[in-house]
Design a protein around this ligand. Structure first.
Ligand code: ADP
Length: 345
């Protein structure tokens, strides 16, 4: 039995009309979703939208109110947690403080009464995979947050789970460790080929690590797609706004007033010359705020209808200086080629 990518690709996770209500509160409305096998999926959404509930239903920690969970074509809805072969890593790692890294990693295998030869071999593989060689005899208190998290991942992977579930695994780490552990996590996932589902409320993390992103809002899946499609073709205004970088305008001059998305980087800002303002879909606006971002500046503008707020990311290298002056009146072009509408309003 091995977790080669080929083996893992044979598995897939499907939620069929899955729903969960806590007393009278619907945490997950009826949801049907396929999670690709052998890939890294992130579940993204604001706090309280049902991400953890979904993970707990897959793990078997919570029982659904209705619907089913299929793993590798097999209905596991009523399967007890210990029979599901699902590895879980929580935010706080939950390592055993009185056990060494090696003992933590082997905990699940020992519980399955694996032979000492198998334990030794698997420990080597896990130390290699998670880059923990040399730290096997350290106790959790002697390890950094990032190292502890890798022990937790190795412990979850050691018994060869069919699915690895990660609940906000990076949120207890500082920004620097987050980025580096995130990249290592992706590398570990690719090397192991285990179907992996990670919950996060961090849009950058969700898009940069995943092969497949599930965006949730208020107990429902808003969109499930590859990161590039989530970014380029958000299915709803919520996805566009939550994933970031998109204005929603409601102007009679644009799309007859229908809500229209325009990415920050697609807004064109220039001096308010007659030539600029005679272009189609060009408005006068006042610069309200500026946020330095390196090569670009995020410019917050109020249009001269005194209602519509526009955010634009302007490159410093090829933008008129007036644009970067607070309170200056500038030309704001919202080109028709950049308008986006959503499949769901
Ligand atoms: P997220 O992980 O996206 O922050 P959760 O899945 O934890 O969201 O929660 C979804 C909703 O269900 C929230 O409104 C939360 O308060 C509620 N909820 C979660 N767990 C329970 C529980 N054990 N009992 C009652 N309500 C719960």
């Amino acid at each position: 039995m091995s977790n080669t990518p080929e083996k893992a690709k044979a598995c897939g996770l499907e939620l069929k009309s899955l729903a969960k209500t806590y007393e009278t509160h619907p945490a997950l409305h009826e949801t049907t979703l396929s999670i690709p096998a052998g890939r890294f999926t992130t579940v993204l959404g604001p706090s309280g939208c049902g991400k953890s509930t979904t993970l707990m239903l897959i793990a078997g920690i919570e029982k659904p109110t209705s619907g089913s969970v299929l793993l590798d074509g097999e209905d596991i809805t009523l399967e007890p947690i210990e029979n599901r072969r699902i590895g879980i890593v929580f935010q706080d790692y939950a390592l055993f403080p009185n056990l060494t890294a090696a003992q933590n990693i082997l905990y699940g295998l020992k519980a399955q009464k694996a032979s000492s030869a198998e334990c030794a071999q698997r420990l080597e593989e896990m130390l290699e995979l998670t880059n923990l060689k040399g730290l096997e005899n350290s106790y959790p208190s002697e390890l950094s947050g990032g190292q502890q998290q890798r022990v937790a991942i190795a412990r979850a992977l050691a018994p060869r789970p069919r699915v690895l579930l990660l609940d906000e695994p990076l949120s207890a780490l500082d920004a620097w460790s987050r980025a580096s552990i995130g990249a290592q996590l992706k590398a570990i996932q690719q090397a192991s080929g285990v179907t992996t589902i990670m919950v996060t409320h961090d849009r950058h993390e969700a898009l940069s690590l995943a092969d497949f992103v599930v965006v949730m809002n208020a107990g429902r899946v808003e969109q499930a797609a590859a990161p590039v499609d989530i970014y380029d073709a958000p299915a709803s205004e919520f996805v566009a706004t939550f994933v970031g970088g998109m204005n929603t305008v409601r102007l009679s001059a644009i799309n007859a007033g229908a809500p229209t998305g325009i990415r920050y980087s697609d807004v064109r800002l220039s001096r308010a010359t007659e030539a600029a303002l005679s272009k189609p879909y060009c408005f006068v606006g006042q610069v309200e705020d500026l946020e330095f971002m390196g090569d670009a500046v995020r410019v917050k503008i109020l249009l001269n209808d005194f209602k519509t707020k526009i955010t634009a990311d302007a490159l410093r290298a090829n933008t008129d200086a007036e644009v970067f002056r607070k309170l200056s009146l500038i030309a704001v072009e919202l080109p028709a080629s950049a308008w986006r509408t959503w499949s769901r309003q």
